[in-house]
Design a binder for this molecule. Sequence first.
Ligand code: ADP
Ligand code: ASP
Ligand code: MG
Length: 405
Amino acid sequence: MARIVMKFGGTSVADLDCIRNVAQRVKKETANNNQVVVFVSAMAGTTDQLVKWVEQISPLNDAREYDMVVSSGEQITAGLLALALQDSGVPARSWLGWQIPFKTNKMHGAARIDKIGTDEITKRLEEGTVCVIAGFQGISDDNRITTLGRGGTDTSAVALAAALNADRCDIYTDVEGVYTADPRIVPKAQKLDKITYEEMLELASLGAKILQTRSVAMAMSHKVRVQVLSSFTNKPGTMVVDEDEIVEKQIVSGITYAKDEAKVTLVGVHNTPGIASEVFILLADGNINVDMIIQNETQDGKKTDLTFTVAEKDLGKAQNILKSATNIHHEAIITDKNVAKISVIGVGMRSHAGVAASMFKTLADKRINIQVISTSEIKISVLIDAEYTELAVRALHTTYGLDAQ
Ligand code: ADP
Ligand code: ASP
Ligand code: MG
């Protein structure tokens, strides 16, 4: 007997037929005598609609009430799945996050899980009940509902899998696993049988929406065996594993893109020690994360252009902060939302030279200009004009030999 956590994303519970399909998959696991916890997302499109309503009703943006509204989609699917399971003869009950409880901090909209109660779930599992839990939500010390950030049901599932010491955490979605690139824009993308935690972490944080970044970090630190697979086919998915479980290491395992960043250039900043620290401290104080950074001195060294990227949603706030900072002397602030970050990722990069060179050559051959570059041990990212996103991702996919035959 194994203890399994299953998670079904929005498209897997998009309507009643999909929910019945999920119930049959869960039933199969119970028929194998496994203890099963199921996490569900809201029906596809529901959370987007809830977010829109919040934005339309008030510009005040009270994040506590935002969480109250956007957490509601998961309540519907959890209840419906419990009913569908009961209907097919499987003892099941549903819970909301606060009933477990998933205790979180107070960062509404992007809360972090502090502690999870496991007593009741453990008892129910031992009695043979399937525990269906609404994903994406928790409760703060102030007794208010919190949400874990978009895509947060992945994190709910992995966190409980860690707390229950589950044998597996299966993330069911609308594609057959983790691919070498988003299969929606790269038709020749290939499904990976295995991917390392580290690569998955980079893929997720650099734009592949398939798993929420935080869920991967949690799986990595608690050694949760995560599998990503389709709820619409019966094929094996992708296992997220330790590096030593992968015999043949690819130089590049995946290519990602992210269109949700904006570029800011402070032109003609006085080139004195401490200026960069001043700029970035101000932004950090405003809770704005800066991602890619370059600085270019003028030839006489007196001035410098400072270019960096921030999340597009933070652009207005970043501009206001910089405009009101009277001690940072600069000639102009130029911003550009029309940019995309393209990244190539692979643990094999550690031991292979020339990966960056072939990336730059591929983009040059397509006449795509590189605006900013950043690297880490296992990834290279470049910022380009968003218009060339698909072209760049597909060309790089070919360059690194990732295309399916
Ligand atoms: P769910 O609603 O099941 O959580 P998501 O939409 O969050 O599903 O994630 C699945 C989507 O992630 C896929 O439909 C696919 O378009 C996208 N995706 C982006 N990059 C990748 C990748 N490298 N491999 C697989 N899917 C990817
Ligand atoms: N329903 C939430 C969202 O759309 C959480 C999730 O699906 O994981 O972001
Ligand atoms: Mg998701």
